[in-house]
Design a protein around this ligand. Structure first.
Ligand code: NAD
Length: 374
């Protein structure tokens, strides 16, 4: 502890680790103060001011240029990972290195008496996470998966629509990210380091989806794409069928110059859509199924009544509900958990389920068939 606050040391001070260092040291929780020196967003109503709970003890990176970057920001830098482990003030080691090093660093940190906040995907496979959780049990230390996109506002709004049945009963959900830059040319293109878009983005999209739908997943069918990269997947399309019959499509693409919506939620009374990060989204809600207003129209070279667009006066086109919440709840919860004041919001069993779900997707892709999941 430092001044009564939870002290965090970041190992791996690259894009994300540097972001954590900024987020914690400014107290804003926003990882935006990057190479151009800009300091990121202010705290919003509802956000925990992290300065009241946690403090950055320092950072360590194997690359000297990242050590220098950290020093230039005014952060304390450790000379080695061992030096972090030897620092009695450090409560939490935040692991933000490439995926293949998470296991070793997490185990060593817990065995040295430190709690661990580990970046996603926490491990390379579910067996590795089981091993790590065994060490957490033996040492009595906290292992906390950083599955942070459960706090994305677009997701929380969709979850609210789902839970409140605003669109009636949801029968199909699409969740996707489409980019057009290929995959980054770093370790994300290296299989042995846990590269590929299933590990990078799939983990987020799947985590959000299964937290929204509290049901067993019956079947999984997935096709990984290799448009711009042979070694690892540069995207995927995954279909899931839940116990109730609800279906979901989860998709990541990195060669999409025209993008499909981030969210597409289909209910028995309405449909909602959010196109991208800048789009506030909207929903269209039917006034009554009795009001069919069907007039055949010419579509292409044929007539159709079924596919004719509805008259606008039979439905309402509405903005999505706004929500206020604590964007820093994950960091805040980590502080509370290591002090024994709260349960983990992101549970290890949830992280394990996501790793198993990703494994089911890879199995489906390899075999070319749908696989049974739960
Ligand atoms: N949760 C999120 O939203 C989010 C976003 C981006 C990245 N991540 C995750 O964060 C992790 C890091 O990703 P990144 O984008 O910052 O990668 P990066 O390549 O930008 O940074 C990784 C850094 O770790 C350093 N490093 C490697 N091995 C090390 C070791 N043994 N000890 C100390 N430093 C070491 C590298 O030199 C590099 O600077 C990955 O697991 C990634 O999936 C999470």
């Amino acid at each position: 502890m430092i001044d009564g606050k939870v002290a965090v040391a970041v190992v791996g001070c690259g894009g994300m680790g540097g972001g954590h260092a900024v987020a914690i040291s400014t107290g804003s929780g926003q990882a935006l103060w990057m190479t151009d020196g800009s300091k990121g967003r202010e705290l919003a109503p509802g956000d925990t001011d992290l300065k009241t709970k946690m403090v950055l003890a320092g950072t360590y990176d194997v690359k000297e240029e990242r050590q220098e970057w950290a020093r230039n920001q005014g952060f304390h830098t450790y000379d080695s990972f061992e030096q972090i482990l030897e620092d009695p003030q450090v409560d939490v080691v935040l692991v933000a290195t490439p995926n293949d090093s998470h296991k070793d660093l997490s185990i060593r940190a817990m065995q040295a008496g430190k709690n661990v906040l580990c970046e996603k995907p926490v491990m390379m496979n579910s067996k590795d996470l089981e091993d790590v959780l065994e060490v957490a049990k033996e040492t009595g230390k906290v292992f906390y998966p950083r599955q942070n996109r459960r706090w994305d506002k677009d997701y929380l709004i969709m979850k609210k629509l789902y839970e409140e049945k605003t669109l009636g009963d949801i029968f199909h959900i699409e969740s996707r990210y489409h980019g057009s830059r290929g995959i980054p040319g770093d370790w994300r293109g290296v299989k042995a380091q846990g590269g590929g878009m299933m590990f990078d983005w799939g983990v987020h999209l799947l985590d959000r989806l299964v937290m929204m739908i509290p049901e067993k997943i019956k079947t999984v069918y997935a096709k990984m794409t290799h448009v711009t990269n042979d070694e690892v997947d540069d995207g995927f399309i995954m279909q899931m069928t839940f116990e109730s019959g609800l279906t979901a499509t989860v998709e990541v693409g990195t060669c999409n110059f025209i993008t499909l919506p981030h969210w597409y939620l289909c209910g028995t009374k309405g449909t909602a859509e959010i196109k991208d990060f800048r789009d506030p989204g909207h929903m269209v809600i039917l006034r009554s199924w009795e009001d069919k207003d069907a007039t055949p129209i010419l579509m292409g070279e044929g007539l159709s009544k079924t596919m004719a667009p509805r008259n606008e006066d039979t439905m309402d086109d509405l903005p999505l509900p706004d929500i206020t919440y604590d964007r820093n709840q994950l960091y805040s919860n980590v502080c509370d958990v290591v002090q024994g004041k709260a349960e983990q919001i992101v549970k290890n069993e949830e992280a394990l389920r996501i790793l198993r779900l990703m494994e089911a997707a890879l199995e489906s892709d390899a075999k070319g068939v749908a696989v049974q999941f739960e």
